[in-house]
Design a binder for this molecule. Sequence first.
Ligand code: GDP
Length: 298
Amino acid sequence: SRLQEGLSKTRDNITKGFDNVFSGFSSIDEDFYEELEEILIMGDIGVNATSRIMDQLREEVKKQKINNPNDCRELLISIIRQQMKTDEHAYDFEDKKTVIFVIGVNGVGKTTSVGKLASIYKNRGKKVLIAAADTYRAAATEQLREWANRADVPLIAGKEGADPASVIYDAVGAYKARGCDILIVDTAGRLHNKKNLMEELAKMNRIIDKELSDICRENFIVLDGTTGQNAIIQAREFGEVADLTGIILTKLDGTAKGGIAVAIVSELNIPVKFIGVGEGIDDLQRFNSDEFVTALTE
Ligand code: GDP
């Protein structure tokens, strides 16, 4: 599959490491555990998630009285699977009227992901509208317009430098007039000015509260899967600005750092909702943790 192809670099590193450790050691000792830990950390699974996984592995090895390193492989993979399980109701919003704020720093794939998301919902028969609330960069709006055209979804934009709230105001008007289902808002990627961004988001949300009081609200953060642990830091910082409800993890095609998804789920407690596996409009997939762990480790 696209996912397996995309994660092949990550998987090669992890499975080669596993092969070495599981068949290279004749007994389960401290060296064995240390080598395994090293592989997980090198795979960008992160120090905290790795130690959680390793603690559980040690416990289960004891409990199940496992003596042969090779018998640990399935056990380890099943522990990673458990760590990756996310909320099974994560997709409830999809059949409700929803506004999705998409946030994240510039360059992570925010614009692209907004276009791909719009296309997914449009193809599901939803009436979708995009609001270009990143009014700081005219080029960003133009790029978004191209994506909106590709997805065949209308776009509401303001002039460069316009108040993002005024764009939302117009977008809400259009949303109501056209009887839309999903409003996707592309926001400015300014993490360096948290206070401004927070105020901006609050102002936009007040308009939604007033005009579309019953609508579901999602705040998706877009994270670049090739940036490894930096993605976690960004999510924490944006978490101070908005109540994050989901993650779009991009650029998982061709990265050796795909293990970051395990760290994200385990450390942030925010569900990964979608993953980007390419630059095309159809290259956004729903995240499925079992499929992901299989692509990563088997
Ligand atoms: P923004 O600045 O966050 O809005 O980022 P863009 O949407 O402009 O994307 C930045 C670059 O990343 C572009 O060249 C995109 O084609 C690319 N990109 C976005 N998502 C993916 C993905 O899932 N895989 C790959 N390979 N490239 C992506």
